[in-house]
Design a protein around this ligand. Structure first.
Ligand code: 5GP
Ligand code: MG
Length: 178
């Protein structure tokens, strides 16, 4: 099994690029059907969602608008972690179908914060498109509309996902070695 080292940790190759691309392509098709002829706004959640969004956009067969958001979370002393916008949507979202493009939904804390804040922009709806999801770690009752690949509760890197900013440019996804 191919291994890599980022900072102090060792990771093993876990999901090959071809399998990821297949999941992304399938997601693009499902979302296109869901949009049902309407022109969606895709909100890419930076930084992690960038690589996913690039391939997603290439496989999306209809008209679409790309926009970007970024949320900053303060780890602080409290485990709840306060959050705030670092980059807000720049497009007008009012009355429009909005899809969040997320790299991964883990506990769901980030997602809950973003959905709460996005409501103020009065979109027609906000649906969630997450490439990866850890169902074991998820503790919200917000349904995830589109999930690419479900994974166990282990830390992954690659294809946009980082370990302390390294690893985003890996084509495959790697899992932290036990
Ligand atoms: P949540 O708020 O759902 O717990 O986590 C959201 C964010 O934590 C994700 O958007 C991602 O940035 C980060 N995250 C969660 N799980 C992983 C993981 O396995 N690997 C990496 N690199 N980041 C993760
Ligand atoms: Mg993210």
């Amino acid at each position: 099994m191919e291994q890599i080292k980022l900072h102090d940790k060792v990771f093993e190759r876990y999901i090959p690029h071809a399998q990821i691309l297949e999941a992304v392509q399938e997601l693009a098709g499902r979302v296109y059907e869901d949009a049902n002829g309407r022109q969606p706004v895709f909100l890419v959640v930076l930084k992690g969602g960038m690589v996913f969004a690039t391939d997603f956009a290439k496989h999306y067969p209809g008209d679409m608008i790309l926009d970007f958001i970024r949320v900053k979370s303060y780890s602080g002393t409290r485990s709840t972690g306060r959050m705030e916008w670092l980059i807000e949507p720049s497009e007008n979202l009012e009355g429009r179908p909005v899809y969040l493009l997320e790299d991964i939904v883990d506990t769901g804390n980030t997602l809950a914060f973003m959905l709460d804040r996005l409501a103020a922009y009065k979109p027609a709806y906000v649906k969630i498109v997450s490439l990866f999801h850890k169902p074991e770690a998820y503790h919200k009752d917000i349904p995830l509309d589109f999930v690419g690949i479900e994974i166990p509760n282990k830390f992954i890197v690659g294809y946009g996902l980082d370990y302390d900013e390294l690893g985003r440019n890996l084509k495959d996804v790697y899992q932290l070695k036990a």
